[in-house]
Design a protein around this ligand. Structure first.
Ligand SMILES: [Zn+2]
Length: 152
């Protein structure tokens, strides 16, 4: 296959084994700052996916809570295929810390009683949320945390 610009377009999605946490790449800026991008795959590509309302709620919950556990988070965003998230962090090369942070953040999801910022002022589709759906996704991901290090 032709080499594409997007790293994940060069990843054979039929060969991966979800769930997993994979370092996509490291980008260094002109001042030496380094951005680490991770592929956090919750669901097996082309076999399973996260339902939109639950995915949307777990996105809000993780985006808000992950920053309580790690200072270096730039962004955590869902993939359009609804099978995972991209996490970008700056100047922290610890894969182990990412796993611990993810675990704590998913625990927060299980303990949540509301979805943060789930209203028309703070969100672009406030009607499309499911706290229960988010908890199901988190629970399933946490149950398989022993597999997170294995991508293939
Ligand atoms: Zn939203």
């Amino acid at each position: 296959m032709k080499k594409m610009n997007v790293e994940s377009f060069n990843l054979d999605h039929t060969k991966v084994k979800a769930p997993y946490v994979r370092l996509v790449g490291v980008t260094e800026g002109v001042n030496g700052d380094k951005v680490y991008k991770y592929d956090i795959r919750f669901k097996q590509p082309n076999k399973e996916y996260m339902e939109m309302a639950g995915l949307h709620s777990i996105e809000h919950l993780m985006a808000e809570n992950i920053r309580n556990h790690m200072d270096n988070v730039l962004d955590i965003s869902p993939m359009g295929c609804q099978t995972g998230f991209y996490l970008s962090i700056i100047n922290n090369d610890s894969y182990d810390e990412v796993l611990v942070t993810l675990e704590k953040t998913l625990q927060d999801v299980l303990e949540a009683s509301v979805v943060p910022a789930c209203n028309e002022v703070q969100c672009g589709w406030a009607a499309n949320h499911s706290l229960e759906g988010a908890k199901e996704i988190a629970k399933e991901m946490l149950a398989k945390k022993d597999e997170w290090r294995e991508v293939f």
